[in-house]
Design a protein around this ligand. Structure first.
Ligand code: PBG
Length: 324
């Protein structure tokens, strides 16, 4: 006789729904958006079908249409021409530049939207690195000063969440102090806590044309072979004042999400990165997988692992497909 029959809890859709532990909702999403110069400009990222770089006018429209679907939080990334890039990322604090001007516009038009920005040098750096390059090395402490100024310039535009994605040591504390001194103690920090040196960022670097001009990012981003370092990074971020801890990429790092969630009481964010999106789209286009179901399963896996926030390029299509 079999006493325990777990299948009893799977016998009907009603029972399956009744005992379902994890749910994805539109409230979980942060939708990354790519910004370009111009008017009425829309150019698809080749390696990310369905994802576009948008000029400010179209980006505003996109935010509006996403908000109608219930998506309230957006992470905006600037795609800049080479002439705006230099050694010190000086464009990152240019109030009349594309990025900061557009951020101000977005917050003016949609004060109720939650806007997140990225703090790292790569979109503005002629070296394509997240930190300052000196004699072929990415120098930590001098980079912090640049990141601190960048964060304050973004906060001045009314930004809600600052996302340091650079992986310099001490940056969360430095940015927290810079923001507080400038009167922005209400601006949140979502730290890219465990950001791995990953091949999954390829399509994103296509979108921004931001690949490193030499070498790789392994002296600052984490080794994909390691998980204990993630706990050290998380402890430091907690002590330095982070409001959220992010794991990036997400799909190959669900164990890290689970570790951080088990050990820290801050909300955990998962960044379902560009390469993860591209793989699903490519296989679905070939008819090799059911793209919609794989998308939903992937997003659910991040919730199950312990993420309460998901940054994903799937946000809008998920919201469209699951519209009530
Ligand atoms: C910049 C940054 C990157 C991503 C987000 N912020 C790229 C990188 O570190 O090279 C990747 C996002 C994605 O692949 O979707 N520091």
């Amino acid at each position: 006789m079999i006493t325990n029959r777990p299948r009893r809890n799977r016998k009907s859709e009603a029972i399956r729904n009744l005992i379902q532990e994890n749910h994805v909702t539109v409230n979980d999403f942060i939708f990354p958006l790519f910004l370009i110069e111009g008017k009425n400009q829309k150019s698809e990222v080749k390696s990310m079908p369905g994802i576009y770089r948008l000029s400010p006018d179209l980006l505003l429209k996109e935010i509006e249409s996403c908000m109608k679907l219930g998506i309230m939080t957006f992470d905006v990334f600037p795609s800049l021409a080479d002439k705006f890039k230099d050694k010190t990322a000086s464009e990152s604090t240019n109030k009349n530049g594309l990025y900061l001007k557009t951020l101000t516009l977005i917050k003016k038009k949609f004060p109720e939207a939650c806007i997140m920005t990225d703090v790292a040098m790569d979109p503005y750096s002629s070296d394509g690195h997240d930190g300052l390059v000196k004699n072929g090395e990415i120098v930590n402490d001098e980079t912090l000063e640049i990141l601190g100024r960048m964060a304050v310039a973004q906060a001045e535009c009314g930004i809600d969440i600052i996302g340091p994605s650079d992986m310099m040591d001490g940056r969360v504390g430095y940015i927290r102090e810079s923001l507080d001194q400038a009167g922005f103690s209400n601006v949140s920090i979502m730290s890219y806590t465990a950001k791995y040196a990953s091949a999954f960022y390829g399509p994103f670097r296509d979108a921004l044309d931001s690949a490193p001009k030499f070498g790789d990012k392994k002296t600052y981003q984490m080794n994909p072979a390691n998980s204990k370092e993630a706990l050290i990074e998380a402890q430091l971020d907690l002590e330095e004042g982070a409001d959220f801890l992010m794991v990036k990429p997400a799909l190959s790092y669900l164990d890290v999400i689970k570790d951080l969630n088990a050990n820290f009481d801050l909300p955990i964010a998962a960044y379902n990165v560009s390469g993860e999106y591209a793989m699903v789209k490519a296989a679905a286009a070939k008819g090799w997988i059911d793209g919609d179901r794989v998308r939903d399963e992937i997003l659910l896996s991040m919730k199950r692992a312990g993420a309460s926030v998901i940054l994903t390029y799937f946000a809008k299509e998920w919201a469209l497909k699951h519209k009530k």
